[in-house]
Design a binder for this molecule. Structure first.
Ligand code: MEV
Length: 425
């Protein structure tokens, strides 16, 4: 098998190729077999039995388009990135940001160990220092008990590693919140962490003479952080645009109304990759936005500044609970294929790709916003949806959407009028 570092994800005009040509490229890039190609080609990788095993009351499935972002080089490895998303422009934008970034070496990414937090809420605590003291004295025993929950995780050097405390004052009482810090390795971690905190809470109640209420994972995993950085050269994007991007970034820094949209653009990329790989994108979203206001002021997840040569440097830092095992990552056929396309070895590597994709997405959105605005391109791509919504048939959808673009009037009413004219021709 070809090793990843000699692969080239810079694929000229991928968007102009047909489905078979695109699949051929992905097949040879990722060494996909005939069955995998067939599954992708047939658009039917989730059958009723499989779906019915995942959730309750299944009646059908809700498919999303799966596309490929090209041009990504992250830590010197080329990646084709699968993205499941319904919004036009997102994949093209990420690919174009990655294309410029690779001219200066691509993305440099890193991530911490996969440490998740399990919370146990102890209420009616009579004596806080006695309670903390008791837990400290029995720490070894506590870690030992919870680590019996998953022998495979322990054999991989994962498992519960530490205990931390938070004291939360409410009107009614002061509560002691125990944080169990668990290295979940390549899993998302909710199952193992929740099992551990539920198991240990009766022991903690007894030790501390308290009543435990909530025992659940925290979706703000501040010890499971991914970072990425890229440089966009001034000669490739212009000094004027760089200045405008920096000005636009200032608005996100100082205004939560803009910052929410700024961060939403980042999550366009991260969520699309999370969905493609069968990851829990709601958990990643929750962590991202909670992290963004950890200082009590909602902040952008990225930052931008100039390097010594006046090039634009972008950085992202955020918690990412990416998994390469567990959940549906290995039971959903498409998720399995997407992980194979990425050829990721660990959840840490997947988190680094997500962070880099989020940064690329953010840069691309800012660049579009400070130049043409996003509507021009976006509406061009969206014009086909509008034509269909207005009643265009498969046969005339392209013609109607082209006419709307030419007239610079992309709307349902115009589409309806054009469809009528078309029919009467
Ligand atoms: C649209 O889905 C995302 C953007 O609004 C992000 C941004 O404004 O930075 C374009």
């Amino acid at each position: 098998m070809q090793s990843n570092n000699i692969k080239n994800s810079e694929i000229i005009k991928f968007y102009k190729k047909n489905q078979t040509q695109r699949l051929d490229i992905v097949r040879s890039f990722a060494n996909l077999n005939d069955l995998e190609i067939q599954k992708l080609k047939q658009f039917n990788s989730l059958n009723f039995t499989c779906a019915n095993r995942m959730i309750e009351n299944v009646i059908s499935i809700m498919p999303l388009p799966l596309g490929i972002a090209t041009n990504f080089k992250i830590n010197n490895i080329d990646y084709l990135i699968p993205m499941a998303i319904e919004e036009p422009s997102v994949i093209a934008a990420a690919s174009s940001a990655a294309k410029i970034a690779r001219k200066s070496g691509g993305f440099i990414a890193s991530s911490t160990e996969s440490l998740m937090i399990g919370q146990i809420q102890l209420t009616n605590v009579k004596d806080l220092s006695f309670a903390i003291n008791q837990i400290e004295k029995n720490k070894k025993e506590i870690l030992n008990q919870v680590n019996q929950c998953d022998s495979i995780l322990i054999s991989l050097n994962g498992g519960a590693k530490a205990i931390k405390y938070r004291i939360i004052n409410t009107k009614k009482q002061t509560m002691l919140i125990i944080h169990l810090i668990v290295d979940v390795k390549d899993a998302m971690g909710a199952n193992i962490v929740n099992t551990m905190v539920e198991k240990i809470s009766p022991f903690l109640e007894k030790l501390t003479n308290s009543v435990s209420i909530l025992k659940i994972i925290s979706n703000l995993p501040v010890y499971r952080i991914a970072k990425s950085k890229a440089v966009w050269k001034k000669e490739l994007i212009s000094e004027k645009i760089i200045q405008r991007i920096l000005d636009s970034y200032q608005l996100a820094l100082h205004d939560p109304f803009r910052c929410a949209t700024h961060n939403k653009g980042i999550m366009n990329g991260i969520d699309a990759l999370a969905i493609a790989t069968g990851n829990d994108f709601r958990a990643i979203e929750a962590g991202a936005h909670a992290f963004a206001c950890l200082t009590n002021k909602y902040q952008p997840l990225t930052k931008y500044y100039l390097d010594e040569n006046q090039n634009l440097v972008g950085e992202i830092e955020m918690p990412i609970t990416a998994a390469t095992i567990g959940g549906i990552t290995q039971t959903h056929e498409t998720a399995k294929i997407c992980l194979k396309i990425l050829n990721v070895k660990t959840s840490k590597e997947l988190a680094q790709i997500m962070a880099s994709l989020g940064l690329a997405q953010n840069f691309a959105a800012l660049r579009a916003l400070v130049t043409d605005g996003i509507q021009k391109n976006h509406m061009k791509l969206h014009s086909k949806n509008i034509a269909i919504a207005a009643g265009a048939s498969e046969e005339n959808v392209d013609a109607i959407s082209n006419m709307m673009c030419k007239q610079n009037n992309i709307s349902i009413s115009n589409a309806k009028e054009l469809i009528e004219n078309y029919a009467n021709k």
